[in-house]
Design a protein around this ligand. Sequence first.
Ligand code: ADP
Length: 158
Amino acid sequence: MCQKAIYPGSFDPITYGHIDIIKRALKIFDEVIVAVANNSSKQPLFSTEERVKMIKQATKDFDRITVESFDGLVIDYAHKKRISVIIRGLRMISDFEYEFQMALTNRKLAPDVETIYLMPSESYCYISSKLLKEAAYLGADISNFVPKFIEKAIKAKL
Ligand code: ADP
């Protein structure tokens, strides 16, 4: 049986940290669906379509990956796709509280869906899309955190 997992998130924009998690997930699962949340309460810098397109470009050399957007709850999306594993990344202790709450809420709502956490390489542990947008806004070189075309896209937006 082909084991699939969903990696949901805002990806505003995708960073080397997200890419690290995708690579690790591909070692465990036959197919990974990167799912861009369309209904994020956060005000994204990039539209959903732009985020999907950027992920596709950043992962163009990977096999076994699909990128799409979804509306509503991730567990409803998982049910629709008949996938029972959600992947999330854990960077720091600070991620833990929110992720733990979300995993337990999702488990209560959908006991058939399991959330699995993967840790990135320590070089990417401190990267967040939010922080690097702020750094780019202040003129920082963010080439260590995102592919070149994403750095350009961020700078063009800002
Ligand atoms: P969300 O708004 O759903 O948190 P993000 O794009 O910020 O969306 O994150 C999606 C997932 O990727 C989350 O599980 C987050 O912890 C993880 N993630 C984000 N940045 C990194 C990183 N640098 N290393 C590992 N995981 C990360």
